[in-house]
Design a binder for this molecule. Structure first.
Ligand code: SF4
Length: 468
């Protein structure tokens, strides 16, 4: 459960920009992941073809979603699972807590699930008197700290080793005496120190994991033709939620459906390379005929509304790899917490206004340099920069943005529509700075930006000179 108060992006980002060490950690982690991704993608001559195929499969599924949902429900039931429909977050929470209460569950092990974050399942379980324990190390740290994950695949990407160690010590999971023996930075490599912290957490929590009566997971993919759930991970902890407890509840967004098992090869190649720069994830679980009781909660929570959006329904093809977050220069400075929602970075900037309300998240589509790096790395080829631009247009048209900004863009559009005037008019940087400073919100705009100095020659002058 998170205890963070919602803060507008501009304020949250300003706070984080004041901490250069944060950006430093984020740059190191994201660039490492991106570099590994780039090398592996370059090794595959069919990389671009795979991206195009993944997009085709996802768009086909989305445009036939009613058929595939029906097929999945039938096949999953035939396999022995019970399938529920969670129309919104509240309904999904109710289903999970009811299953737990009816079975007398007291403790739940949780695998990493972004959908679980989205519907805040931990809070619901806690208020029903049930203890949820995160089994993913990063998620566990977030749970202990009462904060939301910062990244879709690396929840504590912006934490330092020292911060993690201090938290585990404060919570009594690592003991000060142990830390004195293996003082951070003394003789071990940082990898060894990190492994030691994970081992300490595992030793402290293993018994609680074993005694859980129910497990909750998400799913990376749900295969319609076979009713199979596919879960991808590296820590080998997903089975603590899916196989060990007598009941497994899987939260599955309807956007996770793919038609056939044969489609998996495409996604299982693209996902690990894009997410963690690995040729293959360490563990891929295919849950087909469950040994224990399996309850699948298919969750809509705003997805059907987005499906009806002709311009942007392809956002539902996101496979939550986090590559766009790694590639985003804005995310790399402010981290996930600044975005105020479950999804951060470029995908968050376009998805959160759909799922969490456009007024609440109106600033996010503007939190981008529009460099297009996110679109270039997206394994399902979502043109994220175009979606960002569409959101900007929509927000300006709907009047959510300040009047001064709308007026400035209207004046600019008018000027661009009068080429003769435009060619003659060439404001000095001082003139622009003076105008922006006078324009109220404009002053705030330039507080965190440097106005570029115009070149000596305009593009039109250069064109005329070089091309006649
Ligand atoms: S939008 Fe693309 S790059 Fe970003 S998380 Fe989703 S699949 Fe990955």
């Amino acid at each position: 459960m998170t205890h963070e108060r919602f803060m507008p992006f501009s304020d949250a980002a300003r706070q984080r920009l004041a901490d250069p060490a944060l950006a430093d950690r984020l740059h190191r982690a994201t660039i490492l992941s991106l570099t590994k991704r780039d090398h592996l993608a370059a090794e595959l001559p069919q990389w671009e073809a795979l991206r195009r195929r993944a997009r085709r499969i996802k768009l086909h599924t989305l445009t036939h979603l009613d058929d595939y949902v029906r097929q999945f429900v039938e096949t999953a039931r035939r396999n022995g699972a019970t399938v529920h429909w969670g129309g919104d977050a509240e309904a999904a929470r109710r289903i999970v807590t009811r299953i737990a209460r009816d079975a007398g569950v007291r403790r739940v092990t949780k695998a990493k699930t972004m959908l679980g974050e989205e519907i805040d399942i931990n809070a619901a379980l806690e208020s029903a008197g049930i203890e949820p324990i995160e089994t993913d190390f990063g998620e566990l740290i977030c749970q202990l700290a009462g904060v939301a994950p910062s990244h879709v695949t690396a929840p504590i990407i912006d934490w330092s080793l020292e911060q993690v160690a201090a938290l585990l010590e404060k919570k009594g999971i690592v003991h000060p005496a142990d830390r004195a023996d293996h003082a951070l930075g003394r003789s071990q490599s940082r990898e060894a120190q990190a492994a030691e912290l994970v081992a300490a957490a595992r030793a402290a929590l293993r018994e609680r994991f074993r005694s859980a009566d129910m497990g909750v997971s998400g799913a990376n993919f749900a295969v319609a033709e076979s009713g199979t759930l596919v879960l991808v991970e590296n820590e080998a902890n997903i089975r603590l939620s899916t196989s060990l407890p007598p009941i497994h509840v899987a939260l599955v967004g309807i956007d996770k459906l793919i038609p056939r098992l044969a489609d998996l090869g495409t996604f299982l190649t693209l996902l690990p390379i894009s997410a963690t720069g690995q040729r293959q994830s360490s563990y891929v679980s295919l849950i087909h005929r469950p040994l224990n009781r399996l309850e699948i909660v298919l969750v809509d929570n705003g997805r059907l509304g987005l499906l009806a959006d002709e311009e942007q329904y392809d956002l539902l093809s996101c496979i939550r790899c986090g590559a766009c977050q790694n590639a985003c220069p804005v995310y790399r400075h402010v981290s996930g917490g600044a975005y105020g929602g479950v999804y951060a970075g470029p995908i968050g900037a376009v998805l959160q206004p759909h799922l969490g309300g456009e007024r609440r998240y109106a600033e996010l589509p503007f939190a981008s340099s529009l460099c297009g790096a996110c679109s270039d790395v997206c394994p399902v080829a979502i043109p994220l920069h175009e979606r960002l631009l569409e959101w900007r247009r929509r927000l300006v048209e709907s009047g959510v943005r300040p009047w001064s900004e709308r007026a400035a863009f209207a004046a600019w559009a008018w000027l661009m529509g009068h080429p003769r005037l435009y060619r003659r008019w060439r404001p000095s940087p001082e003139w622009i700075r003076g105008l922006v400073q006078e324009a109220g919100p404009g002053e705030a705009w330039i507080r965190t930006r440097d106005l570029p100095v115009p070149a000596d020659e305009t593009f039109a002058q250069w064109w005329k000179r070089t091309r006649g």
